[in-house]
Design a binder for this molecule. Structure first.
Ligand SMILES: Cc1cc2nc3c(=O)[nH]c(=O)nc-3n(C[C@H](O)[C@H](O)[C@H](O)COP(=O)(O)OP(=O)(O)OC[C@H]3O[C@@H](n4cnc5c(N)ncnc54)[C@H](O)[C@@H]3O)c2cc1C
Length: 292
């Protein structure tokens, strides 16, 4: 894990577009609390096959234009056409957006046509063809392997295709085992991949939710963590306290061993992120990126 060390650290945060007025008010409150941490960028997710297209757009423009923070929309290409993606790129360009998280996404159940893009590397290549170097492009990486990949080697080759197509950086799926990340970085270095690969960090505040997400995305919850979390039963306070400690330790270890930053999956909640931030003493580092 050597080459990840030349980058200044990147601390970023991910949000999802709110669907109701209550969720919108809650996001405003969360952003009010997290904005003072000055994340390098705030990314906003995109529903399957563009189902949240308008809401993602509104949330991104609000963050970028009204909050003095850099916003990065997620764009997924599955079930989409070149014309659709071109329109989305132009709309973001017209609104001053310079940063994108480019994904394949997942086919919604019941939808039959995959559209004009099969994989995220084709989306990255299309963004470069259409807009040159206008956008800083992030792609997804999977230290514990993407659930649909045949094997790790094939998945690494897929990741490399996205880098070769023009990705500037990557954000990982969340994981709880730091060894998975360190080994993945070593494998990437052997393939000559030298973009920053920032670990995605999922706070633990609710065991049922984490178990469900992990089942869907293939993130492993180590047995010792699972047993402890199960043992807390409905004691949400104990789950939060344990989650804060475990995730702060994970972040500490990742940073100490050279991770180029952290990308927080906020789930539109501020408390856990503020707790981790404070445990790591990031309030000083966030103002001025440090060369590591
Ligand atoms: C940081 C992050 C943010 C995310 N945000 C969103 C979001 O906002 N909205 C959303 O719907 N989903 C989101 N996802 C989930 C993501 O869309 C899914 O994991 C999806 O299944 C894969 O997307 P990808 O961009 O990684 O796909 P790809 O990189 O295209 O990979 C998908 C699968 O295809 C394989 N593959 C890739 N290229 C080839 C090829 N040429 N030949 C054969 N196999 C290939 C890969 O090994 C992998 O198994 C996010 C994931 C991450 C890690």
């Amino acid at each position: 894990m050597e080459s990840q060390k030349h980058y200044s650290r990147i601390y970023s945060m991910e949000f999802f577009p709110p669907r109701t007025s209550e969720a919108e008010a809650a996001l405003v409150h969360t952003l009010d609390r997290l904005a003072p941490l000055k994340p390098r960028f705030c990314s906003v997710t995109f529903g399957a096959a563009g189902s949240t297209r308008e809401k993602t757009f509104e949330t991104v423009c609000d963050i970028q234009q009204n909050r003095n923070l850099e916003a990065a929309p997620h764009i997924s290409c599955i079930a989409s056409t070149r014309t659709n993606i071109r329109d989305v790129l132009l709309a973001y360009k017209d609104n001053g957006i310079r940063h994108i998280v480019a994904l394949r996404g997942d086919m919604p159940s019941g939808m039959m046509s995959a559209g004009e893009f099969r994989y995220a590397n084709e989306l990255v290549a299309f963004i470069r063809e259409e807009t040159g170097d206008h956008f800083h492009i992030e792609v997804a990486a999977y230290p514990e392997m993407h659930p649909q990949a045949h094997n790790l080697e094939a998945d690494l080759k897929s990741f490399r295709r996205k880098v070769d197509a023009g990705a500037n950086g990557a954000i990982t799926q969340y994981f709880f085992n730091p060894e998975a990340y360190f080994r993945f970085i070593d494998d990437c270095e052997k393939l000559g991949i030298d973009i920053p690969i920032v670990p995605g960090i999922m706070p633990i505040t609710n065991y049922a939710q984490i178990a469900r997400f992990s089942e869907m995305c293939g993130a492993d919850i180590p047995r010792w963590m699972r047993k402890r979390l199960e043992g807390f039963g409905d004691n949400r306070q104990a789950i939060r306290a344990f989650g804060l400690e475990v995730i702060s330790d994970l972040c500490q270890r990742l940073l100490e061993q050279g991770a180029p930053g952290l990308h927080f999956y906020t789930l539109n909640q501020a408390d856990a992120i503020l707790g981790i931030w404070s445990n790591l003493g990031l309030e000083h580092e966030s103002l001025e990126p440090v060369l590591i």
